[in-house]
Design a binder for this molecule. Sequence first.
Ligand code: 48H
Length: 266
Amino acid sequence: MEVGKGISESDVSRAIIEGFTKDLMEYTRTDVVIVGSGPAGLTAAKFIAETGVKTLIIERNIYAGGGFWQGGYLFPKTVVEAPAQEILLDMGIEMEEVKPDLYVADSFKVVAKLLAAVADSGAKLLNSTYVDDLIYKGGRIGGVLVNWFPITQMPKFITCMDPIALESKVVIDATGHEASMATRAAKVLGFEIKGHGHLNVEEAEREVVKNTKEIAPGLITCGMATASVFGTPRMGPIFGGMILSGRKAAETALEILKSKAIAQER
Ligand code: 48H
């Protein structure tokens, strides 16, 4: 077989354009949108999508993984504490125990296997896409407004590049330190975003999981965004809290969807 024989340039273009447009059309309305593909957002996506719930992850970067590609000081080692290692072990990620209940692994292996698990779960990733704002109607968050990320890098005087809207029943803010979805909601709904505090691993990890919840109707925060919203300490380069927070956000989203479905049946 002669490689490339009979394939025209426009065949390649059509495959890309048709494939992407079909996907985008399908996800104009979805069950859950997760903004941000760091450890918290990816973990949430896996646990939601594997139950069959339609899940879209939106990431402004070309690549997924957020801050999970490196540990501290750009050293690519991922540290997690118990019981988060159990979630990673279930995805086939082997970790070395450095002391009781503290584990380390190569970051690229952790991210590669987490991404594979997310892909297998059926979640969809829309990358190079910036979430600009939230839909708010009927007293609930009802989706997001998106634009190509490069548009956001253009001179500010170009204001005519309107975003498009994607509807969803639940939005999860997994945007890390910025907590940008919660910040938008806070402005409109009139609550306060405190900004995270100084470093304290034990307190930070405990609080980030505890405070992962629905902060406005239809909006959940997880991961570092939660610490920013509630003003709890930062944890530095340890990721157990991010993973456990992602799983709790998934459980919370599934509960909301269940209660919405019950309410609609009535
Ligand atoms: C589309 C967006 C937008 C937007 C942001 O920073 P992340 O890795 O977030 P978490 O919470 O999963 O993990 C935090 C962790 O990486 C970390 O920084 C820790 C533990 N720090 C501790 C400390 O003490 O500092 O990922 C967030 C992702 C990124 O990929 C962003 O590009 C993306 O969200 N993002 N995507 N639209 N508006 N805002």
